[in-house]
Design a protein. Structure first.
Length: 471
């Protein structure tokens, strides 16, 4: 068998499959699959600093990509099979404003901004790897269930690089217009079903079995391989020194899972001697992981996680017809497909899980925006979660904390327009129905007469009050 292979994550099974397989679950036990490597058969760098040399060869598409620059750490594909559109040109930026808001010392709070990807979200990191595998297996059509960002990224890769047909499944009213516009504009067939993301995910997997469509949701192990690169870029920006904390929004738990896998592999290879702690942050209206992990005590436990407790909560959701409900639409998911992998990641990184309200998310988002980086609501769950963990004393003031901002502000422009604007009807429609009752850090437009004196007075007042605004 090749040095790269798929393997069931259940240690009691551990069945292997070749990388040419398009299965996402083990045929024997139903467990999720990992992409694994026999590292002793592969050219592994002796130091992470070796990757810095790639910056000198930016004309090479693989060296230019912020994913494939690290191809030695995801070596499942030959270079000629790689599908790339220059993803991963992202930045890690300190924010003193957000540091004050969270409660950590100056210089200790950093924002990893994934909104600079071609489709405007972190999904492109995983999609380049998934489409590379799709090319390896000769796929002609690709599909996904989506709350928005996956569909946008899928459509971009199908139209720009892979010459494949794209099919997107979305739930009724469960996708932000900014993301839907991308899927439509890039030519994807968009199928809107009655139901939510969990329903769409079930249907896309059924349709894939009937039509032979390649599924690119994060149940696809190759998607998560690409998302590992976010961790590599964070470490690169920190001169290869691990922070104390990495805080990430938790929806389908692909990033939580991928980050844990990336860090565990680096430690296994002797390339990182200390792992950061990992915090996965749910929205309160979609808090399955938080409930299971922090309330019910479900742990990976070496692969012996308590499936009975998980099934009991899912049965309770079904009986109550409970749907995920949060304005952070990108993480509005009740049944995260990567739950077992996320539990494993949390165990490896001494992780914690928290839930934050929509109010917390929007206030944090406004503070992030005031500091110069515009993110979609789900992104700000990481900052809201860091603030909560600092308040609890779990994060220390001196800890270096990296918050992942997963998507661009314009992914969901209606929410900030309602939060900051003066249109009460829009506020009530978009935010009031979600329980948001006040815009704590709103930057209200100022209405003035068409008169120069009034305009100058308004500007003078704004300038005088600026140091106190949104801090």
């Amino acid at each position: 068998m090749d040095a790269a292979f798929l393997q069931c994550i259940d240690p009691a099974c551990a069945k292997r499959y070749g990388v040419e397989s398009v299965a996402f679950q083990c045929a024997d036990c139903g467990g999720l699959l990992d992409v694994r490597y026999e590292w002793d058969r592969l050219p592994v760098p002796k130091s992470l600093r070796e990757f810095e040399a790639k910056w000198r060869d930016r004309r090479d598409p693989l060296a230019f990509s912020g994913v494939w620059r690290f191809k030695e750490l995801l070596p499942f594909a030959a270079p000629e099979m790689v599908v790339t559109i220059g993803e991963g040109q992202t930045l890690l930026q300190p924010s003193e404003r957000v540091a004050r808001y969270v409660g950590v010392e100056p210089g200790k709070l950093l924002l990893q901004y994934e909104g600079l990807n071609p489709s405007g979200s972190f999904k492109d990191n995983g999609m380049t790897a998934a489409f590379t595998h799709a090319r390896m297996v000769g796929a002609k059509k690709a599909a996904c269930a989506s709350t928005g960002n996956t569909s946008a990224s899928l459509a971009v890769y199908c139209s720009a690089a892979a010459a494949m047909k794209a099919v997107v499944f979305v739930g009724s009213g469960k996708i932000a217009y900014g993301k839907l516009a991308q899927a439509l504009d890039h030519g994807a067939l968009t199928v809107q079903i009655e139901g939510d993301f969990d329903d769409a995910m079930a249907r896309v997997r059924e349709a894939a079995n009937h039509l032979g469509v390649y599924v690119v949701n994060s149940i696809n192990a190759f998607r998560l391989e690409g998302q590992k690169s976010i961790i590599y870029r964070v470490l690169e920006a920190l001169d290869w020194e691990a922070p104390e904390w990495i805080v990430v929004p938790g929806g389908n738990l692909g990033n939580t899972s991928a980050f844990g896998k990336a860090l565990a592999e680096l430690k296994e290879l002797g390339l990182l001697d200390r792992l950061p702690r990992l915090a996965s942050i749910n929205a309160a209206g979609a808090n399955t992981l938080y409930r299971l992990y922090e309330h019910d005590g479900v742990r990976w436990n070496g692969g012996k996680w308590d499936r009975a407790k998980v099934n009991a909560i899912y049965a309770e959701m079904d009986a109550e017809k409970r749907r995920a409900s949060t304005l952070a639409s990108a993480i509005e998911i009740n049944r995260p497909v990567n739950l077992p992998k996320a539990l494993r990641a949390l165990e490896a990184c001494n992780g914690v899980v928290r839930e934050v309200t929509d109010q917390d998310i929007l206030d944090a988002k406004a503070v992030v925006g005031a500091g110069g980086l515009g993110c979609e609501p789900a992104s700000a769950a990481s900052v809201a979660g860091a603030k909560l963990l600092r308040k609890e004393g779990v994060i220390a003031p001196s800890d270096r904390v990296v918050c992942i901002l997963t998507g661009h502000l314009l992914k969901d422009p209606t929410v900030p327009a309602a939060y900051h604007g003066t249109d009460r009807e829009l506020f009530d429609k978009e935010l009031g129905r979600r329980g948001v009752r006040r815009a704590s850090f709103a930057n209200r437009p100022v209405k003035v007469a068409n008169d120069l004196a009034d305009i100058l007075s308004a500007i003078e007042l704004y300038t005088r009050d600026e140091p106190a605004r949104r801090t």
